[in-house]
Design a protein around this ligand. Structure first.
Ligand code: MLT
Length: 239
């Protein structure tokens, strides 16, 4: 564990195809604890214009919005992929890292193909088919929130993000390098996360020399399913 000062600024990077609104409960809890919290919308999401040209481009956009001194970076799912891009690009800007319901490997061939099919379909039909599928897998309160956020995303933004995720590299080496630097890393995961299950969180913790916290009765969007437990895990790690 590094002895560097605890960062006072926290960057929260949202999941796909959601928006900064997903962090409402976390922002309130972290601000109440005296931290400065940044919750940007990625291009194409939450009413933000533009499209992601790549996850590395997303990381560069975020770096431009950060203070020069190291910050704590928290990313959930796609947000975690972008957090790893940011760490690879500018390790000196990351003082603590939380990887929630995500993983460090690239996509396999089947996932790449399925993302391309979804990108073509969303451009033609809009995101309705994605909402229906997500709703079957989510708790009712979480489903209501994700429906609202998904409908704010542009079709072009969703398609571009799907293609950007498919093109991302394997970042396990980035975690190994983080272990050498002594970067504090927390892998957070819902015990019922079927998309990025607890084994993947444990792998990220092992590679980075970090810790893992599993949240009971939480699925892939663990911060929406169990906001209080998620907030407590963040506060314990970030303060
Ligand atoms: C997310 O929740 O951000 C996405 O499910 C990530 C992915 O599709 O790999």
């Amino acid at each position: 564990m590094t002895t560097a000062a605890v960062p006072r600024t926290v960057l929260l990077i949202h999941a796909f195809p959601l928006s900064s609104e997903m962090w409402t409960a976390q922002k309130a809890a972290l601000e109440a604890a005296g931290l400065q919290v940044l919750t940007p919308n990625l291009p194409g999401f939450g009413g933000e214009a533009g499209e992601l040209l790549g996850l590395d481009q997303a990381a560069r956009l975020l770096l431009d919005q950060l203070p020069i001194e190291p910050v704590s970076v928290v990313g959930l799912s796609m947000g975690g992929y972008i957090a790893l891009e940011l760490l690879a690009l500018a390790p000196e800007r990351v003082g603590r890292l939380v990887l929630a319901d995500t993983h460090a490997q690239g996509d396999d061939e089947a996932t790449t193909q399925s993302r391309e099919e979804q990108a073509v379909r969303v451009l033609k039909e809009g995101p309705g088919f994605m909402i229906g599928k997500a709703e079957q897998e989510q708790a009712p309160a979480t489903a209501a929130q994700t429906r609202r956020m998904t409908l704010q995303a542009s079709r072009e933004g969703i398609a571009a993000a799907l293609r950007a995720m498919a093109a991302r590299p394997d970042r396990r080496d980035t975690l190994r390098a983080a272990a050498e630097r002594g970067l504090p890393v927390l892998a957070l995961v819902g015990t019922q996360d079927d998309l990025t299950p607890p084994e993947q969180a444990r792998e990220m913790a092992r590679l980075s020399g970090g810790q893992v916290t599993e949240l009971a009765a939480a699925g892939h969007l663990s911060n929406l399913d169990q906001p209080e437990a998620f907030n407590q895990a963040l506060l314990d790690f970030l303060l």
